[in-house]
Design a binder for this molecule. Structure first.
Ligand SMILES: Cc1cc2nc3c(=O)[nH]c(=O)nc-3n(C[C@H](O)[C@H](O)[C@H](O)COP(=O)(O)O)c2cc1C
Length: 227
């Protein structure tokens, strides 16, 4: 018999999920940054897989009565029609489950997230699948069901001052809502990258964009640092 042979090296391939929510393709600030992120991530992860979920251009379908009936029926009691009503939801949830890390490009529309992205969340937030209601005696009212993983959120707004203490802080509904929905399903620790003044394109814009680019460069290798 030949001498002992070392088993082949198994390289664990990483998967990145990119969720772009801008309705613009040309000159989108958030798309520019997520694309840069992907380029750098690919360099750091040869052979890694990128799943691109473009909700800005191809939004998931809005929820209808059949979806709601199906989502609230116990999993073991769903009819074939109910299973069918949840197919898109299942595809979107599995993309999150497959990913080692997630990067999201989220423009501010009317002080909140784009409706396209809200529909994505409505499709993936499902009782018994991505979260559960907690028992009365549990401190937190919900129990997340997805495994935690790194999430980077890149946002851009036309105006400035949406951060803590800023003059528009009281009308930033984007970050609280996005954070709450991510937290609900088990993704509580997103890293936030905020570009502001994208309307005026003034010094604040230039500064925040440069800071955002530096953060993207620093973070793009993140799943490599995960065990
Ligand atoms: C429909 C729409 C609504 C917007 N609403 C706001 C807003 O409420 N506050 C704000 O500061 N900027 C607002 N903006 C400006 C965008 O947030 C800004 O242009 C941002 O860069 C868009 O992201 P994107 O460049 O990735 O498309 C809005 C832009 C659009 C198209």
């Amino acid at each position: 018999m030949d001498a002992w042979q070392a088993p082949p090296m198994t390289t664990v391939k990483k998967t990145l999920l990119v969720v772009d929510a801008s309705a613009r393709v040309a000159r989108s600030v958030t798309r520019g940054l997520t694309a840069r992120y992907v380029d750098l991530w690919r360099e750091a992860h040869p052979g890694g897989q990128v799943i691109h979920r473009d909700v800005g251009i191809q939004p998931p379908p809005p929820l209808g009565e059949a979806w709601i009936e199906a989502a609230y029926a116990p999993a073991g009691e769903r009819t074939p029609e109910m299973v069918e009503a949840l197919v898109e939801s299942e595809i979107l949830i599995r993309e999150i489950e497959r990913a080692d890390g997630i990067v999201m490009g989220v423009p501010m529309y009317n002080f909140g997230i784009p409706s396209q992205l809200k529909v994505w969340f409505e499709q993936i937030i499902r009782v018994g699948r991505t979260f559960d209601f907690a028992r009365e005696d549990e401190a937190h009212p919900y129990r997340p069901l997805l495994a935690a993983k790194p999430v980077v959120v890149v946002t851009s707004a036309g105006a400035a001052g949406y951060g803590p203490g800023g003059r528009n802080a009281a009308v930033d509904f984007l970050k609280p809502q996005l954070h709450t929905m991510l937290d609900l399903i088990g993704l509580p620790d997103a890293t936030w990258i905020r570009v502001e003044s994208a309307g005026a394109k003034d010094g604040r814009y230039v500064e925040s964009l440069a800071a955002a680019e530096r953060m993207v460069e620093r973070l793009a290798a993140f799943p490599a640092t995960q065990s």
